[in-house]
Write a new protein. Sequence first.
Lengths: 356, 356
Amino acid sequence: MVGRASTPGRRGRPRQAEVARLAGVSQTTVSLVLGGNKQGIALHEDTRARVLAAARELGYVPDPAARRMARARNNLLGVFSFTATFPVDVEHSYYPILVGVEREAVARGYDLVLFTGSSSGPAQTVAPGALQRVRMADGCLFLGRHIPEGELRRLVDDNFPAVHIGRRDELEGLAWVGVDYVSASAEVVRHLAGLGHRRIVLVRESDDAPASADRERGFRMALAELGGPNGAAVVRTARPGADITPAWVRARVAEGVTAFVAEETDTGAAWRQLLAAVNGAGLDVPGEVSLALLGSPPADLAGRPQPTGFDVPRAELGSAAVRMATALLAGEEAAEPLVACTFRPGRTAGPAPGRP
Amino acid sequence: MVGRASTPGRRGRPRQAEVARLAGVSQTTVSLVLGGNKQGIALHEDTRARVLAAARELGYVPDPAARRMARARNNLLGVFSFTATFPVDVEHSYYPILVGVEREAVARGYDLVLFTGSSSGPAQTVAPGALQRVRMADGCLFLGRHIPEGELRRLVDDNFPAVHIGRRDELEGLAWVGVDYVSASAEVVRHLAGLGHRRIVLVRESDDAPASADRERGFRMALAELGGPNGAAVVRTARPGADITPAWVRARVAEGVTAFVAEETDTGAAWRQLLAAVNGAGLDVPGEVSLALLGSPPADLAGRPQPTGFDVPRAELGSAAVRMATALLAGEEAAEPLVACTFRPGRTAGPAPGRP
DNA sequence: TTGTATGCGTTATCAT
DNA sequence: ATGATAACGCATACAA
């Protein structure tokens, strides 16, 4: 006789075999009855009842580990963050995403495994091999700025369902979901155009984040549709906002510009400075000039005035990631990678001066 | 030949057998090497290295379900929330706890499994059987207001390591971790006593939450130590704060009361109203009366003035829960269930009038 | 309609 | 020092 001496992990829980004994049937029958009989196999109503009764009497509950092993899936979806999964500093940008991830995961019957990546080590260092742990789950969502390309590439090459939250083109073959900044930005411009604005200026920062580039692309795209004179429509501020002064605003208005659009940034600097400059110039918003913000305002000036623009649907981004992952998992090639922003009318955009 | 036709869920996840093939050893040896060789069996350093290399090359990670079955442990710690794990409304009370849970879990080599309880269904309805899924993990933390006693009892009776976050005496045998409101409240009173205050009044709400009861207990305990005249030292406000008026404050002061203590509540009503009443009475704080808050102030009046009192260490609470769970897991009987609050000097308490 | 045999991936025991 | 083998609990192809 071979085997473990004392069944270490046994928790005194009844198994199908015991239910079977009590009901006077085989373990197979128990599995069949309790499994809902997906195969549509015929069963005596009598047997069924006896099994059910026995199971209830013993308080049987299936062992998830065993069940998952037998089906070679565990209905576990991983979430790997390159920083702490519950970061303290960027709490407000991660949390809403996790909300969406959870919601969609629940809807699809998945539980979430939070892989704790680098939290223990210093800074962004992902312990070597740590990434491979995610293979434990059926698929995994990745979250964070700096990704360890090597390890991630291995997962992708092995056809492991990996989805990055946020656009990610560097890593060929890595699935991602992202925000459709292009469309959202274009929509804002079209809204302004609908109000009669023809000369519009975009204020953005000088770094080259994909999110910034996309916004500019959408802005230019919509501007091109207008067909008007659009020279120098985009301003990149080296030091965030430092170049946006009341004088600068007045000069643009003198040139015929009637609307200003700022991009959202971590600090909200562009919007903040634009507001200040317009106020400093003594211009009424939206009476004399219209303003719009490509994103959400910084928390400290959330309400006053509510900016025309769009909101980034972070929760929806999380949900989309889950959908993408489950699609990959099911062998379907891809789901929709882009989530749409919701237009926010706000109170900073009005009819262009000189129009009804 | 019998077996499933197409290995449905296979994702090319490498197993020990493949590592063994690559390393040119048996699967048993792989298990031995990768399992850390707990049995202290002699191994050629050479073999060890080859196995390790092969495992890394293939990106091998153990299957938690299989591990669970064979060894009955998988270094997975569950977190089950009776509401959504990432609730939108109480965001700020859950998040810090999760931060602590994650930190301690990482430190102890556990990954977290978020079991998504009832988020899909209406209100607090936990799907029947949903709770039993947590058995996949080595242990589980429970979080939330209303607990499904029946299902939880079954886990407890089966000796499954379950830890409730928040005091929970209803369910005999259920381990829990909680905040030591008694000591913290007593400490605040003693602090006031040290400043010369002898007549102190506690303002609390009328509901009977454990947290409220504990605070009152600590308050009374410390008051008893003072031995002074303490009749009617506790006021329960039916409608939060409605009874706390400037006139009421003046009456108490006329009786010789020199300090007021409010409990923290969801809405912060008690503290809010106390502040307003004292201001309305035209009394200087802390010159003429001292105030203290048994907890943290509501966010909207966080800074002004910073209340004397204590902070609830929510992150520490999460960490304590993990410690408790791992203790149970290891067979040790219990860890420390109470976490201490940190005293906050604040600026609302000063020497009692008529003292140096 | 029900039972028998087998495999999922891992750990642990017993032979080599 | 390494390999063969038996469980763990469940699901399923196949035989009866």
